[in-house]
Ligand binder design. Sequence first.
Ligand code: LLP
Length: 425
Amino acid sequence: MHDFKLRRGQLYCERVAVNRIAEAVATPVYVYSHHTLVDHFQKLQRAFRRLHPMICFSVKANGNLAILKILVGRGAGLDIVSGGELYKALRAGCPPGRIVYASVGKSRQEIREALRAKIFCFNVESIAELEAINEEAGRLGRIAPVALRVNPDVEAHTHRYITTGTAESKFGIPLAQAESLIAGRWRALASTRLLGFHLHIGSQITKAAPFIEAIRRVGRLIERIRRRGMQIEWLNLGGGLGIVYKAERPQTAQAFAEAVLPHLLPLKTRLILEPGRFIAGNAGVLITQVLYRKETHGKRFLVVDAGMSDLIRPALYGAYHEVVPVISDKRQATSDKRQAYDVVGPICESADVLARDRRLPTLGEGDRLAILGAGAYGFVMASNYNGRTRPAEVIVKGSRWFLVRKRETRADLLRGETTPAALTT
Ligand code: LLP
């Protein structure tokens, strides 16, 4: 599942003691396992091998260039959502023919950049956007490859902030609208070519049923479109596969493939998958250090040096991330010696709680903790709030580790700012 294990009371990432990394680069620091990343990617590849899918890692989950390069080097494509991510994808050496681009709000400039780069496909989210892409492609003398992101109106049974395929969601085009668009208005859009359909019904989905229902619905649409004599070559199933944060029982890649393949194979389309969390989520931890132990009216806090500016998931979604000491003292290993703590960050917000009510041994200043499951939507959502520099990132490969992003410096906090004299005189 992942390569973070306790051995003789020490947390290891692959064959490196995490504490050594923290000593060398200080905290907070994100530590990723190379093996876990590659293993998760390959598990999906193997599970779906009958369809030879194009697996486009979702850059939004973790955009570290080294991580993108590792996955691209193994044959991954990339799922992007902005001109910035296009830039990163190209810098990571991703062949443009393996880049897919979703987003409800692609600007004209972003559309032009993606057309010039010759990406594989635009996942189009509205009729107005389709017209803009058609216009820009026409001006550049190109034919834009397009998949319609359809909204199948299925409930993904996940957090309401990360469910995306229900009728009231801003994402995608309703199935009926997609059909009438293809049958009607599309004929006038001479600079686009319809490759197929895109679905993404949400994130952290632990069951196959919502995917199957979405495939059924889009399958009926594909049939009807084909009856009109049009070709549909591709189906993009999006991302959304859930992982273990606490006690979830998510499906393995194999079980997921076994559940959805019987519904996919009859469609006779090529397949794209856009996993983010499944590949990177459990491949990363955030290491932090205790600053103070604090007790108030019956409550115990560990104040640590990482906060919601480094990992916002607990504050934003009430997300649960497991917390483990980087070095466990054997005498305190038994649970009766443990006490319940809230692990809180230094930021001036009541929401800056990384973990609530966790039974932890007595820790003090300088002791380190690992926040697990932080490899996806961790660093990418970090900010400079409260004048904090964003953390360093490290990748472990076997018995070696590599700094792949330096901790930001104070100078980075002022980058791009200017104060013309006229403002202060
Ligand atoms: N494809 C599309 C079109 C997406 O919008 C997303 C994620 C993915 C693929 C990848 O989904 P995944 O396989 O990672 O579930 N910040 C939130 C998650 C937001 C997901 C946004 N879209 C969190 O921390 O839980």
